[in-house]
Design a protein around this ligand. Structure first.
Ligand SMILES: *Cc1c(COP(=O)(O)O)cnc(C)c1O
Length: 404
C-alpha cells in the first residue's frame, strides 16, 4: 500500500532512537478479560502486570450493574456534566464517595489523567507554583505544565527536600504527591507533607490511584494510614481504573474547592461525562470494596504480598520498600529487563518490562503487580519462575542497585 503521508525525518529519527535503545513500545492484545489467566497470541499466560488489584474488573456483580445501568440510563451521558450529562448515577456515585471518605463534595472526571490535569491546571498558575515529588505520576507533572505554573520537584519521599522548596518560594502554591508511587510501590510520608503544607500555608493534593480500595480501614487507602482525613489532605484524587476495576476518576474536596473546579477545571468542563452505566458499575464496585467480600479480597492481596516478599528475599535482587500490590524488581538495563520478561513468558508468566522514560534511566524493571484475583498456586508459579530467571547464569549480572 502506498503511504498516504511521507513520514518526516525527525519522526523516523525518534523512532530509530527508541528502537536502538531498546525503548520501543507497542501494544499487545489480550484475547481475554482482564484476569490473571489471560490469552495473548493464542497462548495462555498467568499475568502479573495489571492494576486490577482486587480482581473486580471482571466481577459478575459489577458486570450486572453495568448492564442494569445501561438499561436504566443508557450507555452515553450525551453531554458534559454542566450542560445536561450529569445523570442520577453520577450524583449517587459522588455522594457515596464523599460519604465514604469524609469530604464535603466529590466531583467525577472521565479519567485520572484528566482529573489531575483539571485540578492542577485550575489551582496552580504563573503566580501559584507547584511542588511535587520527583517520582509523581506523569499526569501530575503534565497538570503543572498545562497550568503554566513554575514546577519544582523534591527528592523522592524526602520531607527536608520538600520543605526547602516550600521555604524558598516567594509565593504559596500547591504541594502534590502520589499516595502510593506507581512504579515503586512505596507510600508517601503523607502526614509529614500535610504538616509542611499547613506550616507554609500551601494547598495539598494527594493522588491515591494505587491505594484506594487496596488497604486501610474499609479500603480507604493512604488516608487511613496514620489516621489522616480531609483536614490533612484537603484535595484527594482517586481513580476507578485500578482497584475499582471500572473506569473514571474523582476529586474529593471542600464545597468551595469543588465549586471552583466546576468553573475553572477545563478538563471537567469541556468533556462528555463518564458513561452513566459506568457510574452504576462503579457504585457496585464501591459497595463491594466496603463489604466483607472487599475485606476478604484485601486480606488475600496482603497474604500474596507477604508470600512474594518472603520468597524473593532470598534471590539475588533487591526488593523495593513496598508493602503494596506493586512489587517491582529493578533490573537496571533496558535490554536485560526485556530479556528477563521474555524468559518469564517462556515459563508462562506475563510481566511487562517497564523502561525509561516511564522510570528513570538505568532503572528498567519488572513491575510485578499482585491481585486478589491471583490464586496461591499463581504466586508459587511466579516465585518459582523468578527464581529460575533471576538465578540463571549470565554474561553480565542484573544490576540490582541501579542509581535512582
Ligand atoms: C493510573 C494513574 C493515573 C491515571 O488514571 P487513569 O484513570 O488511568 O487515567 C493517575 N495517577 C496515578 C498515580 C496513576 O497511577
Amino acid at each position: 500500500m502506498k503511504p498516504v503521508f511521507n513520514t518526516p525525518n525527525w519522526m523516523l529519527a525518534a523512532l530509530r532512537e527508541r528502537r536502538e535503545q531498546n525503548l520501543m513500545r507497542r501494544t499487545i492484545t489480550l484475547d481475554s478479560p482482564q484476569t490473571p489467566q489471560t490469552r495473548i497470541n493464542a497462548q495462555a499466560y498467568t499475568a502479573f502486570c495489571s492494576n486490577d488489584y482486587l480482581g473486580l474488573a471482571n466481577h459478575p456483580d459489577i458486570i450486572q450493574a453495568l448492564r442494569f445501568g445501561a438499561e436504566q440510563y443508557g450507555v452515553g451521558a450525551g453531554a458534559s456534566h454542566l450542560v445536561c450529562g450529569h445523570l442520577t448515577p453520577h450524583q449517587k456515585l459522588e455522594d457515596a464517595l464523599a460519604d465514604w471518605l469524609g469530604y464535603e463534595r466529590v466531583i467525577l472526571f472521565s479519567t485520572g489523567y484528566m482529573a489531575n490535569l483539571g485540578v492542577i491546571s485550575a489551582l496552580a498558575g504563573k503566580n501559584r507554583p507547584v511542588v511535587q515529588d520527583k517520582l509523581n505520576h506523569a499526569s501530575l507533572i503534565d497538570g503543572a505544565m498545562l497550568a503554566q505554573a513554575p514546577l519544582r520537584r523534591y527528592l523522592h519521599g524526602n520531607l527536608a527536600s520538600a520543605e526547602k522548596l516550600l521555604a524558598k518560594s516567594a509565593v504559596t502554591g500547591l504541594l502534590v504527591s502520589d499516595g502510593v508511587f506507581s512504579m515503586d510501590g512505596d507510600v508517601a510520608p503523607l502526614l509529614g507533607l500535610s504538616e509542611l503544607a499547613n506550616k507554609h500555608d500551601w494547598m495539598f493534593l494527594v493522588d491515591d490511584a494505587h491505594g484506594l480500595g487496596c488497604f486501610g480501614d474499609d479500603g480507604k487507602g493512604c488516608l487511613s494510614l496514620g489516621g489522616l482525613n480531609a483536614d490533612n489532605v484537603p484535595i484527594l484524587v482517586g481513580t476507578f481504573g485500578k482497584a475499582f476495576g471500572t473506569a473514571g476518576a474523582f476529586v474529593a474536596t471542600s464545597n468551595d474547592v469543588a465549586d471552583y473546579l466546576t468553573q475553572f477545571a477545563r478538563p471537567y468542563v469541556y468533556t462528555t461525562a463518564m458513561s452513566p452505566a459506568m457510574a452504576m458499575a462503579t457504585l457496585a464496585s464501591l459497595s463491594i470494596i466496603q463489604s466483607t467480600e472487599g475485606q476478604e479480597r484485601r486480606d488475600r492481596l496482603a497474604r500474596h504480598i507477604d508470600y512474594f516478599r518472603q520468597r524473593v528475599q532470598s534471590l539475588p535482587v533487591e526488593l523495593m520498600p513496598s508493602n503494596t500490590a506493586i512489587q517491582p524488581i529493578v533490573i537496571g538495563d533496558s535490554k536485560m529487563a526485556l530479556q528477563m520478561s521474555e524468559e518469564l513468558k517462556s515459563l508462562g508468566i506475563w510481566c511487562t518490562a517497564i523502561r525509561p522514560p516511564t522510570v528513570p534511566v538505568g532503572s528498567a524493571r519488572l513491575r510485578i503487580t499482585l491481585s486478589a484475583a491471583h490464586s496461591d498456586a499463581d504466586l508459587v508459579l511466579l516465585c518459582d519462575s523468578l527464581e529460575q530467571v533471576l538465578q540463571a547464569p549470565r554474561s553480565h549480572a542484573p544490576c540490582s542497585n541501579a542509581k535512582l
